[in-house]
Design a protein around this ligand. Sequence first.
Ligand SMILES: Cc1cc2nc3c(=O)[nH]c(=O)nc-3n(C[C@H](O)[C@H](O)[C@H](O)COP(=O)(O)OP(=O)(O)OC[C@H]3O[C@@H](n4cnc5c(N)ncnc54)[C@H](O)[C@@H]3O)c2cc1C
Length: 347
Amino acid sequence: MSQLPSPSVAIVGAGLSGLTCARVLQDAGFRVQVFDKSRGPGGRLATRRTDRGTFDHGAQYFTARDPRFRTIVQQWLEQGIAAPWTPALVAIEMMDDTPVRSAVGDGTVRHVGVPSMNRIAGALAEGLALRTDLTVTRARRTAAPDGTIGWTLAARDSLGEAAAIDGGFDWLVAAVPSPQAAPLLADVPTMQAQALALPMVPCWAVLASFDAPLATGFDAAFVNSSSLTWIARNRSRPGRDPRSECWVLHAARDWSECELEAPPEAVCARMLAEFRRVTGCNDQPVTARAHRWRYAGPGARSDLACLFDADSQAGACGDWLAGSRVEGAWLSGLALAERILAAAAVR
Ligand SMILES: Cc1cc2nc3c(=O)[nH]c(=O)nc-3n(C[C@H](O)[C@H](O)[C@H](O)COP(=O)(O)OP(=O)(O)OC[C@H]3O[C@@H](n4cnc5c(N)ncnc54)[C@H](O)[C@@H]3O)c2cc1C
């Protein structure tokens, strides 16, 4: 008796949620193909490498509360691809022009990827079929000449040229921010509407390097009553080059929304000016550039761990479901994989 081929799945998005979903399904015997529009995996678990040092300019650290995520974080610690981060951490309240500092002793255990934030994504992607530099522009649920129904994808490469994606897929997973998931879910209108109802908010980041260590007296700070919300010295994280003096600045949500379409150079200058006001350090950076995260995080709460439709064999996962942040993205990818496995088992 001939065996049916194992089910195939197209996963759009190689951020933490997509990679997690991919790994679970591949380990269960699915034929998995992952696509990402960037040069490598990781999404917002991001690291920029420069000749001045590295900048973790997306997720800054992650916490683990859910027992399942705690278990996986423990594995990452044992593999040496994550480590606890214990920076000299303060909170800064801007009182008019005066920064008022207080220590942060909240007992939170913060973890980071080692030697870079996106190392975790790299490790998860090992052994997966991953096509990068490919933006999936459309997903259609269509019938093949033999009558089988499946998903076919259209894509373009990094030059904007149409790129071929061979074959159909039994399952579709949209593991991308909700506004990017919506167009891919056009053939599943209920899910598309759910994605459209969950907006995401932006965050401007600045990556600045200096010749000498800044005399800030701290490594990282939550900033309040300011256009900045967070600043961090990258080398305070374990495994980074101790000679580099690279800082990442994140702007507040409201400020980022107001300045969303502003020129990056202007954004960079204004965020650096605020950095000087907040830290009291007037050192000029050697390099500085702004990066816009258009979809930095969820703008609304969702009670759903993932979106799933058994009839159309499609689903969506990401941090805009399952409670946001790195932990939420991981839990959402896991939840969707479990739904797909359960549905495939009864077919
Ligand atoms: C500035 C900033 C600070 C943050 N700080 C923290 C923090 O301190 N702690 C924390 O826990 N979390 C933090 N986060 C959130 C955390 O990074 C995310 O929750 C998590 O990484 C999201 O993973 P994801 O898989 O849901 O999405 P993503 O990481 O966004 O992955 C989606 C992927 O899909 C790809 N993609 C999108 N559209 C397409 C398409 N059409 N075709 C192909 N590929 C596509 C993208 O390139 C991307 O790689 C922060 C995020 C940002 C931006």
